[in-house]
Each structure stands twice: as C-alpha cells, then as structure tokens.
Design a protein around this ligand. Sequence first.
Ligand code: HEM
Length: 200
Amino acid sequence: PWQPNGHWQTSSTIPNILEKAQEEIDQVVGKARLVKQSDLPNLPYLQAIIKENFRLHPPIPMLARKSIADCQIGNYTIPEGSLLFVNIWSIGRDPKVWSNPMKFNPERFLKPNESDGPGINIDVKGFNYQLLPFGTGRRGCPGINLAMQELPTTLEAMIQCFNWKVVNPEGVEMKGNDLVDMSERPGLTAPRAHDLVCEV
Ligand code: HEM
C-alpha cells in the first residue's frame, strides 16, 4: 500500500501500475471530489509514472543546438556554427544511466538509492541531464510549468474516474505482460507505431 512518505511497500496483492495509481488517489483524494492541482505534491506515484513515460517516450526525442564557438567534447572537435542534436530518447534507454532500462518501472523514481537508476532526486526541470523531456537552459521549454500542472491533473482525473482496459482492433480485451505495444515510428515527435485502443 501507499505510504505517507511517498514510498510503496512491495506487495504481490497490487498487480499493476494502474491499480497502484488508483489506490494512491483513493487514499489521498478519495471518491467524493475530483482531483485538483493542489493535490499533485501528495501524489508521488503519479509523478513517478509521468517521469517514467518521459524517460522511455519523450514527446520530443531530440534537442537541437548550434555551437557558437569551436569546442571539444570528449574525442570530438565541434567547429563553430555546427548544428547539434542531443538524443534524449537514447539517453533515457542508456544502460550506463538506468538499470534495466527497457522495463517500465515507475518505482525507480521513488527509491532513494541507485539500485534502479538515479532515483528519487531526478526531476524533469532541466537540472538532471539524465532526464530532459523539456530540454534545458535558456532555450528550455517555457511551457514546462503549464504542462506539469495540466498533464498530471488530466491524467489523474482519467485514472480517478474510469477503469481502463486495452482492447485489440476487434474490441477483444488484451491481457498479459505485453498488454500495450509501445513501439514507435520515426518522426520529429515520437509517434506511436500502432494506435492505442482502450475501453473505459
Ligand atoms: C508535455 C508537454 C511538453 C513537452 C514534453 C515539451 C517539450 C519541449 C522541448 C523538449 C523543447 C525544446 C527545449 C530545448 O531545446 O532545450 C520545447 C520548447 C518549447 N516549448 Fe515545449 N513542451 C511541452 C509543452 C509546452 C507547452 C504547454 C508550451 C506552451 C504553452 C510549450 C512551448 C514551447 C516553446 C515556445 C518552445 C521553444 C522555446 C525556445 O526555443 O526558446 N511547450 N518544449
């Protein structure tokens, strides 16, 4: 069950991430009212789900920069005026940074130690270079504060108000470990390869 200190007690009675998120919101908000923005600091598991999504599926997978002077990065000499792409998508899957990187595991952001990756101290605000879904620095996303209020509140309301099941194109419920096919196709954003079809 969810603990007030924001940590999850491992329990085999909570089978999946959606149910954990629902349990957290039941305990923090209850069923008598809708979730609101002021609840967000008290919903650490929800925040961890969003970070884990940004890690594996950053909506903008590449940052672009232009060098203003010659510089040396590792073994590379970068001439002035070069267009550079920073691949945040691949940083999110780098086993040198994240343990078991292909596993969707929100808990890695709730742990104070480094056993599952950099852990609880990682935020999305542009200070932790392992996780830069909004970029960083002077040209970082100016919409971050709006996005990080709207996105969790909307997602949480969807979780609070509905049960979700994934269905195949024929409308048959999908079950098992490979429930959601998260493969992507190339693009400037990271679009899904296959539509996600759900029933509420
Ligand atoms: C989940 C939502 C969002 C994500 C993941 C996102 C991500 C990004 C990223 C990665 C960049 C490039 C940052 C860099 O190069 O360092 C960017 C730039 C930008 N974003 Fe967002 N963004 C989101 C929402 C928003 C919203 C809600 C707004 C406006 C209301 C917005 C407005 C902008 C603008 C204007 C830029 C260009 C900034 C510049 O070049 O100086 N974004 N965003």
